[in-house]
Design a protein around this ligand. Structure first.
Ligand code: Z5A
Length: 214
């Protein structure tokens, strides 16, 4: 059941760096629009002026020596602003919100990658989000080498892309564990294949979800 006042659907897109999330956002939006719904696309950390400022710190503050707890709280500070200024109002207005990363990323990167206590993450999640959780999450899964190769084609690596392969392995494992725990919400897409195949999988998951609402 949706939280009170929420009329739209909240779709999130997850995966390790280079998995192909951003590449597939347009496809997700197209399927939703073709079904007659309005879509707002956003991302985390970010989505508001405060969130974008925090994004700059968390991704590019390499010289700041950011403590893992400080990183976790910065991400949730950005999320609180994003939820209250952008996501909840859009959902209340009946729009579908498609968000490039959300709290599953916190469990994967801060929980899996940095080793932060997932119980603490859950408590902050509950305080910040209350009863709001994504309705559907598409998890783009690639092996570490493929993700690094794809992300490596861009110039300038952020604080997470610069982490060692073991960190990225823990991030991937944490994502897959969450998908096993919530298979109805989190749909895993094998994103190693060609873009055509991946887009076909995206389209069929989105259509199946939209059909399930009718
Ligand atoms: N973070 C966090 O720690 N905790 C949190 O709670 C949240 C976030 C919300 C945000 O980065 C960072 O914040 C993130 C975790 C942290 N760190 N990292 N790294 P982001 O999400 O903005 O950026 P990103 O993850 O680095 O995104 P990305 O590298 O752009 O990945 P992507 O969006 O999944 O990939 P892409 O840009 O769509 O594709 C990468 C390249 O691969 C591109 O050249 C494509 O053309 C190519 N590509 C894509 N699909 C294919 C296929 N199927 N075949 C061949 N080539 C492909």
């Amino acid at each position: 059941m949706s939280p009170s006042g929420v009329r739209g659907k909240f779709i999130t897109v997850e995966g390790q760096d280079g998995a192909g999330k951003t590449t597939n956002l347009g496809q997700i939006e197209r399927v939703i629009r073709a079904s007659g719904y309005e879509v707002l696309r956003t991302r985390e950390p970010g989505g508001t002026p405060l969130g974008d400022t925090i994004r700059g710190l968390v991704l590019h503050g390499g010289n700041l020596d950011i403590d893992p707890m400080a990183e976790l709280l910065l991400i949730f500070a950005a999320r609180a602003q994003h939820l209250n200024a952008v996501i909840r109002p859009a959902l209340t207005a009946g729009m579908w919100v498609v968000c490039d990363r959300f709290t599953d990323a916190t469990y994967a990167y801060q929980g899996g990658g940095r080793g932060m206590d997932v119980g603490v993450i859950g408590e902050i999640e509950q305080s910040v989000q209350q009863d709001l959780r994504p309705n559907l999450t598409l998890l783009f899964d690639v092996d570490i080498a493929t993700g690094a190769e794809r992300a490596g084609e861009r110039s300038g690596h952020d604080r997470f892309e610069s982490e060692e392969a073991a960190f990225k392995g823990r991030v991937r494992d944490a994502y897959l564990a969450r998908a096993r725990a919530e298979p109805d919400r989190i749909r895993v897409i094998d994103a190693v294949g060609s873009l055509d195949r991946v887009q076909g999988a995206v389209e069929s998951i989105m259509r199946e979800y939209i059909d399930s609402l009718r």
